[in-house]
Design a protein around this ligand. Sequence first.
Ligand code: BG6
Length: 482
Amino acid sequence: MRKLEPALFILFGTTGDLAKKKLFPALYTLFSSGWIHPDTRVLGVGRRDWSDDYFQEVVMTSVRASQPVTGSAITDFLDLFSYFKMDITRDADYDDLWRSVNQMESGLEINGNRLYFLSTAPDLFPKIAQAIGKGQPAKEGAFRRLMIEKPFGHDLASAREFNDHLRRHFEEHEIFRIDHYLGKEMLQNILVLRFANQLFEPAWQKEYIDHIQITVSEDIGIDQRGGYYDRSGALRDMVQSHILQLMALLMMNRPASFDSESIRNEKVEFLKKICLFTEQDVMSSLVLGQYVEGSEGECAYVDEKGVEENSKTETYAALRLWIDCERWQDVPVYIRTGKRMESKQAKITVVYKKQNDAPAGGDVDANMLIIRIQPREGVDLRYNIKKPGTVYDIIPVEMSFCQTCQFPGQSAEAYVKLLIDAWRGDLNLFARWDEIEATWTFIDSIQKQREKTELHTYAAGKNGPAASDSLIEQTGHEWLDI
Ligand code: BG6
């Protein structure tokens, strides 16, 4: 395996949840599978008064919680980590940081390569980006890359302002806007399924496809993230980012080639064609919901920590979308996503039009292609056959590819893949600015008139408000099982 170029990985947001749950385990996976160069170092930056030893203990605990760890690899891994205490709002502290970084680098063969990872509270992103941009220009012959966690803005105006700010200090090719869904195996598989098979693409259009359903449900609530989530809600948190990205990969035209620019060009083209919501759409094609107490003692959203007691933030959203292009004309796309639903599940169901002149006449079921993103990864194809026997009965059966069963444990965790790609400078799995711009434009069209629709409630542990059934039934469809 080719090692990743040695670099200094500087993490802002060291004490946060993402670092513990995702980044440290992902870095360990990279290390234990030989990707990490021995001269690479990880510098955790934070406000808390931690020693290097304490930081390494935190890293160890988080790695052990994520995967079995045996042998001495973990000790060698922990040796890569050190901690720098600073107040990231204070200019003077950056001078100390850069001094310390330069000192670290001088004893290592890392050629000035820097990978910065921002996962602090989003209001600190601009300050950090500016400090890096001003204080640490890219070194000749070295790379300087900035990985930024979502949210990228709160609406189009704030996203644009932040992006302009970033672009004053960084080139577009240095900016890696993270959408971790793009790192998921099955999202990458969408391109392969569509473009490495003759089977699907010719029928991937309005003549054959009746409608598409996208479900991303979660059984958890908002954990300790009330402060962030209450200002965000399901539309911003899940639809603007993950779901629209997924939809773009699913429905865009074939890219001119499969390099990152061509793929992202097609995604943008598609995203711009999603019809913006009018006042009428907000009233008829959108259902927002918020969970209330569940029967298993789950608390209501408004009783979660960090949430306003009269909060009108949606923890559930269902939408009917239309795409303004020849290929997808009159093909509705239904999306639903929510917290505290019955189960965690992400899947896409492509429902074909029914065959109305089947042998022996009669009504046959629609074909379906189900792309399972999580927790089970795989692809199921539902089609019709003749039921064995003397009577001409046509019944649906399923051809199933279960990736999780066939390749157990082999799917790369999203952050492992994203770190590898950013380290190599491959932008394919990261959102380009114009994608973000198009997705916020769409979300803004809803947000600016959202008060025209009511906020429904649903019991925690259930699959959203009843009104979402009416939404899909209005256009003659029904939600397929979660
Ligand atoms: C994050 C959202 O981007 O994605 C969270 O901010 C959500 O609210 C999470 O829980 C879902 O990710 P996954 O990988 O668990 O489906």
